[in-house]
Design a binder for this molecule. Structure first.
Ligand SMILES: [Zn+2]
Length: 538
């Protein structure tokens, strides 16, 4: 589930605007388990359970204690939220972005998103945009501590979305599927008539699912730079699998604002996948990693090529970021070494005894990295009978041999293989937090993560609302001090370009959005030519 879908307590109903009353009346329920619906057609007022003592997403300095407030959020939505980027993306409308300026100049999109089935006229590319049929949901707080959850919102234009967001100032904005009708018309449609048509394939990875392998002292919503490295590893494996094994090209990653990451696969083929196909892809990436008590189910040999690739990606990270004291100290202390050795298959007991004895005597002689190499080479010598420190009995069965051979791979996977919340991926009709939102607990923006930066992305350097407002003030101050030409020179079009959001937002625009929309443009052009050829109209 999403980061801030904490347990809600249902306290009653409240009068809402007409368009806000669409929540509870749904015939296409989305599994947002934390939301309790009322029995009638009004929105539910829900209240946060008393907040726990969980961390606010890492180290917090006292000067930065107010990172989020309704006023800051209001400023963010009116000045910094990238409505153009979100619209251009979700409309999949190439005419909303200039083809040659690399997305610098947006075509004013507000008037052109009315659905149209007409073909291209006068050379202009028009499209049947899906934007007006896209579901949004909002979590709003009309009074502090009270949350109202509003589903089945949809907006005809970019401006309509912007107006609603600025008016309601949602503490959370979710994106759902594209339906056959605008979801806001839900109530006027006969039961069962509203159906999902398409949706990006999404993945949700959350550090709370890594508690069994977090030896940094964090659990639950707490994160630190040590355990965050698991997110970088997960993104690397998933991204390479989605691109290499499924051929997806338009894969976007975002920080969830607190303790995890979200992946949006936006290729046309991914968007049109059935629920069955989504489940199949999600299962492809799923692995039974076992728990403290239950052992991981054995891997088969030879290793599936996707798993062999994952191992090649993960093992170096495991060695550098999990084994040493500076990581999760897996082979850094005698106690942790014994714990690891005890997970060896029973048949490898002689190796365990030999190495435990050797490493106990001279613990500082070798580094955790060297110990891992020694352990692997001892195991391999043991099964092949090539005279390692420990001798294998002649009775070693083929099954035992394979188990010992696979143990290093299992151990690496157990700690570092992506742990997905696969329910998020299985259904078209599952909402996921919108990129560019702000997490109310941390005040941090859900920024795009560069694919070349998976292992260096630092959630603690993601700007908070408070920091962004400071940056806007500083920019204004600099302009006052006589640098009037600055905006023009730097091609400043949006306020977010005056802040540290510029890097991640422009990355999204240039490296994700422009290639995506250029491909949409090509598809539309090919389709138009194909139709023209059919009627002989060249
Ligand atoms: Zn940690």
């Amino acid at each position: 589930m999403d980061d801030n879908n904490e347990e809600h307590e249902f306290v009653g109903d409240m009068d809402m605007d007409d368009d806000e009353a669409d929540v509870a009346n749904n015939n296409t329920t989305t599994p947002i388990s934390a939301v309790k619906k009322s029995n009638n057609d009004t929105a539910s007022v829900v209240r946060h359970a008393p907040s726990t003592t969980e961390g606010r997403g890492g180290p917090k300095s006292s000067s930065e204690s107010v990172v989020f407030s309704p006023e800051l959020l209001s400023m963010y939505y009116s000045r910094l939220f990238p409505y153009d980027l979100l619209y251009s993306w979700l409309a999949y409308d190439p005419s909303s972005i200039h083809p040659t300026t690399g997305g610098k100049a947006f075509v004013t999109p507000s008037k052109q998103s009315v659905p149209s089935s007409s073909g291209g006229g006068g050379g202009a590319l028009t499209t049947t945009t899906t934007f007006p049929r896209r579901e949004f949901s909002m979590t709003i707080e009309p009074t502090p501590g009270q949350e109202v959850y509003i589903r089945y919102q949809s907006f005809a234009t970019r401006d309509d979305l912007a107006t609603a967001v600025m008016k309601r100032r949602p503490t959370k904005l979710d994106i759902g599927a594209v339906f056959n009708y605008p979801p806001k018309d839900n109530k006027s449609l006969p039961t069962g008539k509203l159906k999902t048509i398409e949706r990006e394939l999404v993945f949700d990875i959350d550090l709370t699912d890594y508690d069994v392998v977090r030896n940094c002292g964090c659990d639950g919503a707490k994160i630190c730079p040590k355990c965050w490295t698991y997110m970088g590893m997960a993104m690397e494996v998933m991204d390479s699998g989605l691109r290499s094994d499924f051929g997806f090209k338009h894969v976007a990653w975002f920080y969830s604002g607190r303790r995890g990451v979200h992946c949006w696969v936006c290729d046309d083929t991914a968007r049109k996948m059935s629920n069955e196909a989504r489940s199949a892809v999600a299962s492809y990436f799923e692995m039974n990693l076992g728990s403290e008590k239950n052992k991981m189910s054995s891997l088969s040999t030879p290793l599936h090529p996707a798993l062999a690739r994952a191992y090649d990606i993960l093992e170096p990270h495991f060695v550098n970021r999990v084994l040493p004291e500076s990581g999760h100290a897996l082979l850094a202390t005698h106690a942790s070494i014994v714990k690891v050795l005890l997970t060896l298959p029973d048949a490898a007991k002689p190796v365990m005894i030999t190495l435990e004895k050797k490493w106990r005597k001279n613990p500082g002689d070798t580094t955790p990295k060297e110990k891992w190499r020694e352990l692997k080479s001892e195991l391999s010598a043991f099964v092949s009978g090539r005279g390692g420190a420990a001798k294998a009995p002649k009775t070693l069965s083929a099954i035992e041999r394979v188990r010992i051979e696979m143990w290093p791979i299992e151990t690496v996977f157990k700690h570092t293989y992506p742990r997905l919340d696969i329910n998020v991926s299985k259904m078209q009709n599952h909402l996921l937090k919108s990129p560019f939102c702000v997490h109310p607990k941390t005040g941090r923006v859900c920024v795009p993560i560069e694919t070349s930066n998976f292992s260096t992305f630092d959630p603690f350097s993601v700007p908070t609302l408070a920091q962004l407002m400071k940056e806007l003030d500083q920019y204004k101050k600099l302009l006052f001090e006589g640098d009037e030409g600055k905006e023009k020179d730097e091609g400043i079009v949006h306020d977010w370009q005056k802040t540290s959001l510029r890097g991640p937002f422009e990355y999204f625009q240039k490296k994700f959005l422009v290639p995506l929309l250029n491909e949409e443009r090509k598809v539309l052009k090919d389709e138009r030519e194909r139709r023209a050829a059919l009627v002989g109209d060249f």
